[in-house]
Write a protein that binds this ligand. Structure first.
Ligand SMILES: Cc1cc2nc3c(=O)[nH]c(=O)nc-3n(C[C@H](O)[C@H](O)[C@H](O)COP(=O)(O)OP(=O)(O)OC[C@H]3O[C@@H](n4cnc5c(N)ncnc54)[C@H](O)[C@@H]3O)c2cc1C
Length: 292
């Protein structure tokens, strides 16, 4: 199918884009990499009257680290995140998850901002950014505001972004030296959307116990923090039995959705398995780095 007719705006600055969104926000769609929006236009799942193409906003593509905060411009391509040494050091979880997104041709176009805002329940960025405690800065002609990712993402491809708002930047706390992060997902084929995924970020104390545990998972509905699983790990030395208890908690609290790809019970089971695998990886990496 072909998309329904639309007008096309090509602003060259954020202020120009914000003025267009102020005038037309309710009937327009921002287009970034187009890797989700174009298929939706072609299937006429969305029929905006106009598209506001923000590919001219080159100053929204950057990766910077300053004062313990990693700042990523909304227009940064997934491929740039995958290849960035700054991201590899400051948020290894993000680099690892990016390698699981689709295929190189899609990662060359798809942006971190578009992927987060599309908020596909099976996508890699919402669950990893939720785990990392990220926040976003958004703007409109009414002003700027900062939204924690935990308040941004809603079930079923929805977010709390207003129709006249533009996502500018994503901010992630830089991983500390005693932190270990890992991502695990299961997809039917390499590059497919995940049936279930789990991201973990662990902070170890000097005794080897976990001082802080962030665990997020998704299984078809929406990325969610797995707070019972986090509680089961915090303050504990991560023995096999502790990891088993954490995986059991994750399996209980995840809110899966069954569909033609996998039923609810199977997705629940996968979340437990992905939790075990991600924890094994994060704990193993930490043990390896201590031996160096
Ligand atoms: C074959 C295929 C396989 C894929 N597999 C995966 C996968 O395994 N995992 C995965 O996570 N994704 C996958 N994707 C989706 C891909 O990652 C998309 O790139 C991403 O979801 C959207 O990013 P985009 O820049 O292309 O955004 P677009 O498609 O341009 O936009 C997506 C949404 O975000 C809005 N938007 C974009 N930028 C802004 C902004 N700055 N401010 C306000 N609104 C904005 C748009 O209005 C739209 O609603 C796949 C896509 C394809 C075609």
């Amino acid at each position: 199918m072909k998309p329904a007719q639309f007008a096309l705006d090509t602003p060259q600055s954020a202020s120009e884009a914000l003025a267009l969104l102020s005038d037309h926000g309710d009937s327009a769609k921002v287009i970034a990499g187009g890797q989700s929006l174009v298929p939706m236009l072609n299937f006429r799942l969305v029929t905006p009257e106009r598209l506001i193409d923000i590919n001219g906003l080159e100053d929204l593509a950057y990766i910077r680290e300053n004062d313990g905060v990693l700042a990523i411009g909304a227009m940064t391509r997934q491929q740039e995140i995958e290849a960035s040494p700054v991201i590899a050091a400051a948020a290894p979880l993000l680099a690892e998850a990016t390698r699981e997104i689709a295929h190189p041709s899609i990662r060359n176009r798809g942006t971190v901002g578009g992927s987060l805002l599309h908020n596909d329940p099976s996508a890699e960025y919402p669950v990893t950014l939720l785990c990392l405690g990220a926040e976003v800065e958004v703007a409109s002609v009414r002003g700027n505001r900062t939204i924690p990712v935990s308040d941004l993402i809603l079930p079923w491809f929805s977010t709390t972004l207003e129709p006249d708002e533009l996502l500018l930047e994503i901010r992630v706390p830089v991983a500390g030296e005693s932190t270990s992060q890992a991502f695990e997902e299961l997809a039917r084929r390499k590059g497919d959307f995940a049936l279930a995924a789990v991201a973990v970020a662990l902070t170890f104390g000097a005794s080897g116990a976990i001082e802080k545990a962030a665990i997020a998972g998704t299984a078809g509905r929406c990325a969610q923090r797995l707070t019972e699983a986090e509680r089961a790990l915090t303050g504990e030395v991560p023995t096999d039995s502790v990891v088993g208890a954490v995986a059991a908690a994750a399996e209980t609290e995840i809110q899966p959705v069954g569909d033609i790809h996998a039923d609810e019970d199977y997705r629940r089971h996968l979340v437990a398995l992905m939790t075990r695998r991600a924890l094994a990886k994060a704990i193993g990496d930490r043990a390896g780095s201590k031996e160096d």
